[in-house]
Design a protein around this ligand. Structure first.
Ligand code: ZN
Length: 217
């Protein structure tokens, strides 16, 4: 982060004083008690991605609020909260290999430019730092897609097909576990497409990791 970014972060921290979004106590954006209460740490097996590591339930009001904030800004209080969720999740899943790369679901560069950051990239950085694994931007978004929210499951899959590619690199691909990171898991259409593209490029083991998963009813 550049100097301008640091100043902006400092200003935002001033504007948004840390009252806990869970219980209202002054101190942290999410206090220790509320943080423990909102962590779930579950391993799902989903048809779209296979193994999916999930830190929290999106329907938990604290998580919903935190992720709502995260869409617009990345203040220090959020960073600390997400760090604690990721740390607890990595303790829960206990990955038994060091042969790992962390890859985020990419945003189209135009969208990233508009928003200023890519949420999944920021979470991937946390995962890499806490797990001691390299983060690689091996996935590229080659075209913009229309917003997925209003689409049916089938249309989401059609919408996302062909949106990603793996860039050339000398990374070893066999016996590597790719941790594919996104902020929220909804239908899994995006992660599914990323996984297919990674597998086609020779990565045999892909697991998903998200901060939160929406309940499917
Ligand atoms: Zn609290």
């Amino acid at each position: 982060m550049g100097f301008g970014g640091k100043i902006k972060e400092w200003l935002l921290d001033l504007i948004y004083p840390n009252y806990c979004i869970g219980c209202g106590n002054l101190g942290q954006l999410v206090c220790d008690d509320c943080s423990i209460g909102s962590f779930e740490g579950r391993i799902f097996v989903e048809p779209e991605i296979g193994t999916l590591w999930v830190a929290a339930d999106y329907n938990n009001p604290i998580i919903k609020q935190a992720i709502g904030l995260f869409k617009y800004r990345y203040i220090t209080g959020l960073k600390l909260f997400f760090e604690s969720l990721v740390a607890k999740l990595l303790q829960t899943v206990k990955l038994d290999t060091t042969n790992v790369i962390v890859v985020s679901v990419p945003l189209h560069f135009r969208k990233k430019l508009k928003r200023g950051f890519n949420q999944s990239e920021l979470i991937a950085e946390l995962v890499g730092r806490m797990g001691g694994w390299p983060v690689d931007d091996i996935l590229i978004r080659r075209r913009q897609t229309v917003s997925q929210t209003a689409l049916s499951r089938k249309d989401r899959q059609d919408n996302i097909r062909g949106a990603f590619m793996v860039r050339d690199s000398n990374l070893p691909r066999h016996d590597v576990t790719v941790i594919l990171v996104d902020d929220v898991y909804t239908t899994g259409a995006t992660m599914n497409e990323c996984k297919l593209v990674l597998e086609k490029a020779g990565f045999q083991r892909v697991v998903g990791l998200v901060l939160a998963k929406k309940r499917t009813s």
